[in-house]
Design a protein around this ligand. Structure first.
Ligand code: ADP
Ligand code: MG
Length: 340
């Protein structure tokens, strides 16, 4: 057969570019929840409500009491590569916000029916923008922002087909909020599904938040981690061997406040358990790493769930020692109790 005739190079239409980008950022309803809660936190929210319908597929509404968006900037918030969070490469390298790529809202809008209602400080009232039409209208709400995302993947049936049951999608959405909640005990979170409150974590101390989110049992069966020094500090809790599970579903690692999945860190933790955990048992842990921003690159993946470290070996060791120390303290304490 003869080869297909050559087709001319064309620039893709804007909408399609966003839909392609959305493929990386928006995998399922929980990805939308993650991005919208990131934005609420970046806006300084102290209370965040997540309201879901049909596991988030029908609707995801995230409401915050943050700084809001002035009406004249609402159209810009929906534009690709438009952000209030960085202005230069220097600012990117020292970024302290969850967001900085300016693409989440544009990506989500390209695969859903989206609207944003927001009121900024000093505004006479709120404004609501419909993402599809760009229409801007007056609205009523207190200071802060509500983002509504309806009919996710309605225009991309291939994606929609990969969605699981509503119950499974809901569980992923709740997990997305749980990850944020563990990192931000100072912020109150509530998750609603079909009008019913499914989770609520009130603002309070870090200790209280861990107990509220991971359970009193985890607190009782874990020890405090406090290690590292200087540009790399580690704190959190490491579960005792008896708190181990058959699945790796209670392993939370944060780098500078951002939830990450990192093989190197997980391996470092795992190696701390090598003498006390056997077979396929999975340790439970909650670790917060505070690293000098110049030693870690967060701009590796569109979802930012992966990061890259300048000195992986050093990091691996520090993590291992910090967790080992926590577990050793517990063994020493147990030995004392056993002997008394
Ligand atoms: P990024 O978070 O990377 O900047 P987004 O597409 O998520 O990109 O958001 C675009 C911009 O819209 C943000 O930079 C911010 O200025 C504004 N924004 C989005 N969500 C909120 C919110 N909940 N409160 C205040 N401003 C918001
Ligand atoms: Mg964002």
């Amino acid at each position: 057969s003869s080869p297909a005739p050559r087709r001319a190079i064309r620039e893709l239409p804007d909408e399609l570019i966003s839909q392609i980008a959305a493929g990386e950022v928006v995998e399922r309803p929980a990805s939308v929840v993650r991005e919208l809660v990131d934005n609420a936190l970046d806006a300084g929210a102290t209370q965040i409500q997540v309201k879901l319908m049909a596991g988030g597929v029908r609707a995801i509404v995230v409401e915050d009491d943050g700084l809001g968006i002035p009406s004249e900037e609402l159209p810009l918030a929906l534009r690709r590569h438009a952000t209030s969070k960085i202005r230069s490469l220097e600012e990117l390298e020292a970024v302290g916000t969850m967001g900085f790529r300016g693409e989440a809202l544009a990506a989500i809008a390209s695969v859903s029916e989206m609207a944003i209602a927001s009121r900024s400080e000093g505004a006479a009232h709120a404004h609501r923008i419909d993402a599809r039409s760009g229409e801007l209208a007056p609205a009523a709400r207190a200071r802060g922002t509500s983002v509504e995302v309806r009919e996710l993947f309605f225009s991309t049936p291939a994606r929609r087909k990969f969605l699981k049951t509503d119950a499974t999608e809901l569980a992923h959405c709740v997990e997305a909020v749980r990850r944020h909640a563990l990192a931000r005990p100072d912020v109150g979170f509530a998750v609603w599904h079909e009008g019913k409150l499914v989770e609520q974590w009130r603002a309070g101390t870090a200790e209280q938040r861990v107990a509220d989110v991971l359970g009193q049992e985890f607190v009782a069966e874990s020890r405090e981690v406090a290690g590292g020094a200087g540009p790399l500090r580690i704190h959190g809790r490491a579960g005792l061997p008896e708190a181990s599970r058959s699945r790796a579903d209670m392993q939370y690692v944060y780098v500078n406040g951002r939830f990450v999945r990192d093989k190197l860190i997980n391996h470092g933790v795992r190696s701390a358990y090598e003498d006390v955990l056997h077979g396929h048992r999975q340790p439970c842990y909650l670790l917060f790493l505070e690293i000098d921003p110049s030693l870690v690159d967060v701009n590796v993946h569109p979802t930012k769930i992966e990061v890259r470290f300048r000195d992986g070996r050093e990091l691996h060791q520090r993590v291992r020692y910090a967790v080992q120390d926590a577990l050793a303290v517990s063994r020493a304490a147990e030995a004392v109790t056993a002997n008394s």
